[in-house]
Design a protein around this ligand. Structure first.
Ligand code: CMX
Length: 471
């Protein structure tokens, strides 16, 4: 009996445990030495299509959950209603990419010569295929990204003409949208290609889109914060992150290594978060990958999602300005309470809480480890560490917060500050560049599995009341 057959059988025995079993099981891995990623994908897709077909034929009518009225009004928390193959978020242990935890990815994924952190290109390979790539495979991907990094001239013109008060995330999303002149998928769809080949065009668009994001992001950065100075030329021998930090204007190997870590850990967080879900949803209408990704970026730009990394720094600098570097625990508690009850409006503590996680985010932990190694005495890091002690008991005291622990956004900004990337309004753009790896890998699989246009049923309150006999 095949491994997945056994997993599916477990599913019928005990639902909740079985879902975790299945979700955390590694994608059936069959690593290849070939550097032809698209060729590897073609084989994997045929195998996985067959697996899904058999599964659906045998279990398609099995019921896997119930929906409570509170869930319908409550942001659909906990509904198992999406398929995302690339990653799984466990409430207790955090994210795993194709079954590999962050520490495992850090250990197993190839690194740049002299670097200590994983190359995000390796993670992209892993997300697409389920296999840990070798050095040569990752190098091939780096070269492909470098080869496609140029922007169409109309996008450069557009970026150079944006007003400086347009938020970096709006610029980022608009530039990505305008890049859809390059979409091979849109062109092929217009020409009426066979549906079975859609994934191939999405795959090609995804490589090109990921390749262009650092160029777009660096152009925005230079225009806004470095007097419009030139980003310079792409070096075909450098990895994706090294080219990015050079284009931004940084020349520090440790910062580049931090960027590799950053771009790896922010990439994917299963399918239900706002940015991933938006890309999947818009992609299901067969909007091309550029349009789909831009939709996700507009969601990432919200303060309850990716913009929280900017909000954390704004909040932290306010705290530092008001209280200085040596803050007592009591003073800090007071400041947190003030935030929560400021004026008529109730605010959240940015960087804390999560819709799924119920423990400290491992993405926070890995950034803390990086800080402990490279900047243990940095005053802002010390404040972040102190906040880690102070905030959770206060959030627990509120009585309604389901997860009082820090998420990824509580730590990223302080590392960027230390290395001189101080413009906090820009931080979510970095998150966006990274998020492309996860959502684009998923979009390739969405089309490979032929997932249909997404269209859940909505109800009026009156309709719901009738449904449960309340009227
Ligand atoms: N500070 C204060 N109150 C918080 C809170 C926080 N950090 N986190 C949750 N709460 C509140 C909610 O606002 C909600 O209050 P109301 O009932 O009055 O509306 C209540 O606690 C229950 O919320 P929850 O079920 O614990 O959390 P949700 O799933 O609704 O929301 C999240 C999750 C992330 C939006 C929320 O925790 C939050 O706003 N955190 C701060 C913003 C943040 O850090 N966002 C980044 C998340 C990471 C990511 O983007 O992936």
């Amino acid at each position: 009996m095949s491994i997945c057959r056994r997993l599916f059988q477990v599913n019928t025995n005990g639902l909740s445990a079985a879902c975790v079993n299945y979700a955390s099981a590694r994608f059936i891995s069959n690593p290849s030495e070939s550097t032809d990623l698209k060729g590897i994908m073609a084989k994997k897709i045929v195998e996985h299509q067959r697996r899904v077909k058999e599964f659906r034929a045998a279990f398609g009518n099995n019921v896997i959950g119930e929906i409570a009225i509170d869930q319908v009004y409550g942001g659909m928390r906990g509904l198992k209603a999406l398929v995302t193959e690339t990653s799984y978020l466990d409430p207790e242990t955090g994210i795993s990419f194709r079954g590999y935890s962050i520490p495992e990815c850090r250990e197993k994924l190839p690194r740049a010569p002299g670097g200590e952190e994983p190359l995000p290109e390796g993670l992209y390979w892993l997300l697409l295929t389920g296999d840990i790539p070798n050095k040569q495979q990752v190098e091939t991907l780096s070269k492909q990204f470098a080869a496609h990094a140029d922007l169409p001239s109309h996008v450069v013109t557009m970026l150079n003409n944006f007003p400086s008060n347009l938020h970096p995330m709006s610029q980022f999303s608009a530039a990505v949208t305008a890049c859809n002149t390059e979409s091979l998928f849109a062109k092929a769809y217009g020409e009426g290609v066979n549906k079975a080949t859609y994934w191939e065009y999405v795959y090609e668009d995804a490589i090109r889109l990921i390749a262009k994001l650092p160029t777009i992001a660096a152009t925005i950065y230079r225009n806004l914060y470095r007097d419009g100075s030139s980003i310079g030329a792409i070096d075909p021998n450098k990895d994706w992150s090294a080219n990015f930090t050079t284009m931004l204007g940084f020349n520090d190997q440790v910062f580049t290594d931090l960027m590799r870590l950053y771009l790896t850990i922010h990439s994917d967080h299963e399918g239900g978060n706002v940015s991933a879900h938006a890309v999947h949803l818009v992609g299901s209408a067969l909007s091309d990958p550029y349009l789909s990704f831009a939709a996700g970026m507009n969601g990432l730009a919200g303060p309850l999602h990716g913009l929280a990394n900017q909000e954390v720094l704004v909040w932290l600098t306010k705290l530092q300005k008001e209280l200085g570097d040596n803050v007592s625990d009591e003073q800090m508690s007071e400041f947190v309470w003030k935030t929560l009850k400021s004026g008529q409006v109730k605010h959240v503590v940015p960087g804390y809480g999560h819709a799924v996680l119920r423990k400290t985010d491992p993405r926070y932990t890995v950034q803390r480890e990086f800080a402990l190694k490279h900047l243990p005495d940095y005053p802002l890091f010390k404040l972040v560490a102190q906040i880690y002690k102070t905030v959770p008991p206060i959030l627990l005291e509120l009585g309604k917060v389901k997860n009082p622990w820090p998420n990824v956004d509580a730590h990223s900004g302080v590392l960027l500050q230390y290395y001189g990337l101080k413009e906090m309004q820009y931080y979510t753009v970095l998150f966006g560049v990274s998020r492309a790896l996860g959502v684009m890998a998923s979009l390739v699989w969405d089309r490979a599995l032929g997932l249909p246009i997404e269209r859940p049923k909505s109800m009026t309150t009156e309709g719901l009341q009738k449904l449960v006999g309340a009227l």
